[in-house]
Design a protein. Structure first.
Length: 508
């Protein structure tokens, strides 16, 4: 698993030992010295002694500049490992690396217990967007697998129902390599039984689900290779988590759920340990020419009441200002801009339109009307083009075209898109949103602080057919003109990539 550490442009590789195998001795990056050569450039780290599922290693800048393709290996055969490993020049190791990597057999390094990921494409060495395009997968909501619905460990078992979406994600990469994977929330369920049988110990409740999820081979294979960016949502803490007042009987438990859930998220998915201050959950990065902002709409949201609903914010003032600055920086370019977050931006729920307090029943952006209107107004104010919002959480795939217009200035209309991915695995229908819950087409005025400006938001929503899966955004630049398409991957790809009109939509 490869992470991009935000504005610092540091690439971090997360590697995990295979369950049931002995603990690795070293984590190794290997790249061929030159085409046809039996020599290998390597960079190695000693494997830490603790029992975390995944350990993270920062790759030196020199490596990224000198080796655009390499393999990440775990070396578990300590008997043949030199005490000093600057180059790992042991003949048997070099021979095994050469034989298997040359043939592309990255999962069968049995003799030396080497576990390898697929070749990694670093962000600065990606494909030309005009020739190959840029592909970004968006996924969320993977309910925990069990012995009934999960793939058994070891052997060549057929993926169980809980593993099918990650299996398809791995299939997709064989047909069309992905440049990035955005996991936008509910990667794990710390409240999988809604409190009935959930563990009470902090390690079992918050860290255990990550260990279970990341130990599954189908997940590890799907996440090996592309850049992986993650955000937490409510089930990393508990269902529909939001701050509550100090007088509430469970105020302390609610705060502890946030603290413990964030600690587990940063430890397993961002590579930060308890001895260092964690950065904000939100950050932004570049995927080639495409600017991406990962919005935290869960842990910084304000407490809502009927009397404060009109002012409640879904993110902190610091994140709001960073988002404003980011938009101002990139708005003038025609390159696509991706704004990812757990919460659906649009369409709105019927309950949010029924009365003023109806928004309290929504966990998405329409449950924070002032924040939603402010976000849309900023798009128009900056004249931001080719903005695509991506989100998860509702277990319902959809594409919403958003047009923001000003009657006094019709030439300044701005169009954006809200792409909501289906759940990776949502086995309980009662927990899934339905099309009937939302208003597919509407126009509503924006309450905006822009003096003398009357803005109207027009919404038009399209739904693919229902089913578990994920979405893939495809961007391509032809002679300076950008095109974008979204595909909802809900079936096996034995007959090719999904381009059927019922699961594929052109954005621009």
């Amino acid at each position: 698993m490869v992470l991009h550490q935000g504005a610092d442009a540091v690439v971090r590789v997360g590697m995990g030992a295979s369950p049931g195998e002995c603990s690795p001795t070293f984590a190794v990056l290997v790249a061929p010295a030159q085409p046809g050569s039996d020599r290998w450039h390597t960079h190695a780290w000693r494997w830490p002694s603790d029992h975390a599922t995944v350990h993270f290693f920062d790759i030196p800048d020199g490596w990224l500049q000198a080796h655009d393709r390499c393999a990440a290996l775990l070396l578990t055969d300590s008997s043949s490992t030199p005490d000093c490993v600057p180059g790992l020049d042991h003949p048997s190791i070099a021979e095994e690396i050469h034989r298997h990597l040359e043939n592309g057999r990255f999962q069968v390094l049995a003799q030396l217990n080497l576990l390898a990921a697929r070749h990694t494409r670093w962000p600065d060495c990606g494909p030309d967007p005009e020739e190959h395009g840029i592909h970004i997968a968006v996924a969320s909501c993977q309910y925990a697998s069990g012995m009934i619905d999960g793939q058994p460990r070891g052997g060549q078992w057929v993926p169980g129902p809980a593993d099918l979406s990650y299996h398809r994600l791995g299939q997709w990469q064989k047909h069309s390599p992905l440049d990035a994977i955005l996991l936008v929330g509910d990667q794990v369920y710390s409240d999988a039984t809604a409190g009935l049988f959930d563990p009470t110990a902090v390690d079992d409740r918050y860290h255990g689900p990550y260990r279970h999820w990341l130990s599954r081979s189908v997940v590890r294979q799907a996440l090996a290779g592309p850049m992986v960016h993650t955000l937490p949502d409510d089930h990393e803490f508990h269902d529909n988590w939001s701050p509550i007042g100090a007088l509430h009987a469970r105020f302390g438990d609610n705060n502890h759920a946030r603290q413990n859930g964030l600690a587990a998220y940063f430890a397993h998915l961002r590579g930060h340990t308890a001895d260092r201050a964690a950065p904000p959950v939100w950050y932004h990065f570049q995927q080639g020419p495409i600017a991406c902002f990962m919005m935290d709409t869960r842990t910084e949201r304000e407490r809502r009441q009927a009397r404060t609903l009109g002012q409640a914010r879904i993110m902190s003032s610091a994140q709001r200002q960073a988002l404003e600055d980011w938009l101002a920086t990139h708005a003038s370019t025609w390159a696509p801009k991706v704004m990812a977050g757990p919460s659906m931006v649009l369409p709105r729920r019927h309950t949010s339109l029924a009365d003023e307090a109806g928004a309290l029943q929504s966990d998405a952006w329409d449950g924070y009307p002032a924040a939603l209107h402010g976000l849309l107004a900023r798009l128009w104010h900056h004249q931001a083009r080719h903005v695509v919002f991506v989100s998860g959480d509702e277990h319902l795939g959809c594409v919403c075209q958003i047009t923001i217009s000003c009657p006094e200035a019709p030439e300044r209309d701005v169009t954006a898109w809200s792409v909501h991915c289906p759940a990776l695995y949502a086995p309980f229908p009662f927990a899934n949103s339905r099309r009937e819950d939302f208003v597919p087409r509407e126009s509503f005025p924006l309450c905006t602080p822009l003096a003398g400006t009357n803005l109207v938001c027009h919404v038009d929503t399209w739904y693919p057919r229902a089913g578990d899966g994920f979405a893939v955004l495809g961007f391509q630049c032809q002679q300076g003109r950008w095109q974008a398409q979204v595909s909802f991957v809900q079936d096996d790809l034995t007959s090719g990539l999904p381009h059927s009109p019922e699961v594929c939509r052109t954005l621009f």
